[in-house]
Design a protein around this ligand. Structure first.
Ligand SMILES: [Mn+2]
Length: 722
């Protein structure tokens, strides 16, 4: 195994440290991970919910909000139809609760039952229409349901699709589609979860309710001198999102205002300026005294809300503010003005509110459950959600903990996670499987009911049931694994060692994904697992070695009833009559698979080398917390430390002793260290007690009675050179 420490220039590290105001070690890690632009760095260095992207930047958002508000005004019946996994359920609960409790709408919810195919069904559409329903909002599904949505339209039911699955060529005829993956979207981040998209819709609805600015187009205008000329800058904003900008450089007295693009840009809008007298003088200088632009000086009002800026010029405010910190281009006075105006509206409207913090508990679960990349605003969503889940009164990092919301509280209790310091790993390994167990065992509604239930005793009972279902799921999975593993071995040869495929009536539909995941890991090739039931074949596919499965699934489009998924995980269904054709063709297609990554991991990337004086628990905790949460596309930090002394060493493990537990002396501390599956390296005398070693490791917290001690999780080690 080779150790790779990417070379970075000291200049760059210093530059990052100065620009973002972080220490050199943090700056070095940012540089090595390629997180250098302000746009990406801010999501690592900031936690505040105000760094979430504006929901109205999602194309169609205002139309969706308008339709929902119209439904309220007309007393319409609304159905939220969601998917039945963690992401779909959390999104369904988040949106439905807000429609009911926040807006007072007559909103019901539905997710596919145990025997139903995934996604919006004809039956659901027709039943809802028959009950005089007029608006369906999908969550985490819908983008591929062309026929069902057409049917809804025939029955005079409007559909708003909120989804995050990859859209196909043809889009459904929905009233609005909110999906950050739409081809021509201008939304800057594509990897929101389904619940994340639902959260965006709820945030937009909250804004519409709270701010009198909702739906109004206004213009911010500023004029500033440069050398002999003047620059006139204007930005048109709607719902606090910039929808147009104009910059004109003008020599005084050379042109009339009619020769510029200003009149057209400003016409018919409320124009806000920072210092009206100053702006008026500038206009007079440029175009003569006859030109009057009607403006409103907003600075006194903003000054009342944000006293630090009262009476100051924009230039002066610019010096004081941090707006330039994360900007990758030169910041103008208009940018400063925009930023001030946003802060002012947020402050006045108490945005974001504690309600939004609470919403993040669900959005974080959806994001982790769907294994979304922990980058960009997903980081704020997950960090905010985990913090909000912390016990009341606890306030790690400023955001006060609110305690887990109803339903999650009971689950955490049953899982013995209440009051503990849990992280993304606990959520994905302990909490999400219990919620998903409901669907895997054919009772997805149980998980949703737990989150909706108002009666604490009923919730306790539901949480108990879910934990039981998860236990049954594990047993079922192990039993099926025992039967399909030999089949997979045979198929590995059949498919040219490029893929494994198992199928059968005895494979339960609920666990196809889990089995596929296990097979993909075991054989290190993509795995397809198919369940035969009721004349339909329902399959899951999980990838390996970085192979993107989208292209593979596309080649069977003519055979599938439905298919969908992400780059490395997907699902599909087809009628049994097509099975033979499918299996034959899959064999051919499998042989053409090319892997971009090697099967074995031959190198480890190192984020930072730690000299002895940096080997301090406090310092390392602070650093790992800064880059948390960890997960997809944000691996735990890998450190290198040299000349650690193995003071103690034991082989440990259940039954067979496969792992190595050590005490390492480094810096002024003794570090408990774990090295998984490395016992043979000790018996082979590669290293032992008393040796001086160099090691690559990550740091984790070991909690005991409320006190955290650091533990080194060793990835690789070797004897130090003298
Ligand atoms: Mn999803």
């Amino acid at each position: 195994m080779t150790w790779e420490k990417k070379a970075i220039s000291g200049e760059l590290v210093k530059e990052i440290s100065a620009k973002y105001g972080c220490d050199l070690l943090t700056a070095a890690v940012l540089a090595r991970r390629g997180i250098v632009s302000g746009e990406s760095a801010k999501f690592f260095l900031e936690d505040d919910l105000r760094y979430l992207r504006n929901p109205f930047e999602l194309p169609g958002m205002e139309d969706a909000v308008e339709r929902v508000l119209a439904a309220r005004d007309e007393g319409e019946k609304v159905l939220v139809f969601g998917d039945s996994d963690v992401d779909g359920i959390t999104g369904t609960v988040l949106l439905t609760e807000y429609l009911r409790d926040g807006l007072g709408l007559d909103a019901s919810w539905r997710i596919p039952g145990g025997e139903d195919p995934y996604g919006l069904s004809m039956e659901a559409v027709e039943e809802f229409a028959a009950g005089y329903g007029t608006l369906i909002i999908t969550v985490d599904c819908g983008i591929s349901r062309l026929a069902e949505i057409r049917r809804a339209n025939e029955l005079s039911v409007d559909v708003i699709v909120t989804d995050h699955h990859e859209p196909q060529e043809e889009l459904p005829e929905a009233l609005v589609i909110l999906n950050p993956k739409l081809k021509d979207t201008t939304y800057p981040f594509k990897d929101l979860s389904g619940c994340g998209v639902a959260f965006k819709l709820v945030s937009a609805l909250r804004f519409a309710e709270k701010s009198d600015l909702y739906g109004q187009a206004i213009c911010l205008l500023n004029t500033r001198p440069v050398n002999d000329a003047w620059i006139v800058e204007a930005a048109r904003i709607r719902n606090l999102a910039v929808i147009g900008t104009l910059t004109e450089t003008i020599m005084p007295g050379m042109v009339s205002i009619g020769d510029t693009r200003l009149p057209e840009f400003l016409e018919g809008q409320q124009i806000l300026v920072w210092d009206a007298a100053l702006q008026k003088r500038a206009m007079a200088k440029l175009f003569g005294n006859g030109v009057e632009i009607e403006t409103l000086d907003i600075s006194p009002e903003i000054g009342k809300e944000i006293p630090q800026v009262a009476g100051k010029s924009l230039l002066r405010v610019k010096e004081l503010s941090t707006v330039a910190k994360y900007s990758d281009k030169e910041v103008s006075e208009l940018d400063v003005f925009l930023n001030l105006f946003r802060s002012f509206i947020w402050k006045r409207g108490k945005i974001p509110s504690t309600d939004e913090s609470r919403d993040l508990q669900l959005a974080a679960l959806g994001t982790i459950g769907d294994i979304m990349p922990l980058l960009d605003e997903n980081r704020i969503i997950v960090k905010g959600g985990l913090r909000s889940l912390a016990p009341e009164g606890d306030s790690p990092g400023g955001v006060p903990g609110m305690g887990p919301r109803p339903g999650i509280a009971e689950l955490l209790d049953k899982l013995k996670l209440s009051g503990t310091h849990f992280d993304t790993k606990d959520v994905s390994w302990k909490l999400c499987p219990v919620i998903n167990a409901a669907r895997r065992m054919g009772k997805p509604e149980k998980a949703a009911e737990l989150l909706f239930e108002k009666d604490p005793r009923a919730r306790d009972q539901l949480a108990y049931e879910l934990v039981g279902l998860n236990r049954q799921r594990k047993e079922l999975e192990d039993e099926i694994w025992g039967r399909v593993e030999p089949m997979a071995r045979d198929s590995f040869a059949d498919y040219g060692e490029k893929l494994v495929m198992v199928c059968g009536e005895e494979i339960n539909k609920g666990v196809t994904g889990l089995i596929a995941q296990r097979l993909a890991r075991k054989f290190n090739v993509p795995a397809v697992v198919v369940c035969f039931a009721g004349g339909v074949c329902t399959g899951s596919i999980r990838s390996a070695r970085g192979y993107v499965i989208g292209g593979l699934l596309e080649r069977f489009g003519d055979l599938f009833i439905d298919s969908g998924g992400h780059d490395f995980a997907g699902g599909f269904s087809l009628v049994a009559d097509h099975w033979e054709t499918f299996a034959e063709r899959l064999k051919l297609v499998a042989r053409s698979i090319e892997f971009s990554e090697d099967g074995e991991k031959r190198s480890i990337g190192i984020d930072a080398e730690l000299p002895p004086e940096y080997l301090k628990p406090d310092l390392l905790f602070k650093l790992i917390d800064r880059f948390a949460p960890y997960g997809n596309e944000n691996e735990p930090l890998a450190f290198l430390a040299k000349k650690l002394v193995i003071e103690d060493l034991n082989l440990v493990g259940k039954g067979e002793s496969k792992h190595v537990k050590m005490t390492l002396a480094g810096g002024k501390h003794k570090w408990p260290a774990l090295f998984w599956d490395a016992a043979t390296r000790v018996t082979n005398k590669e290293f032992g007690k008393g040796d001086t070693i160099d090691a690559v490791f990550s740091i984790s917290r070991d909690w005991y009675k409320g006190v955290a001690t650091p533990q080194m999780m060793i990835s690789d080690l070797r004897r130090s050179e003298r």
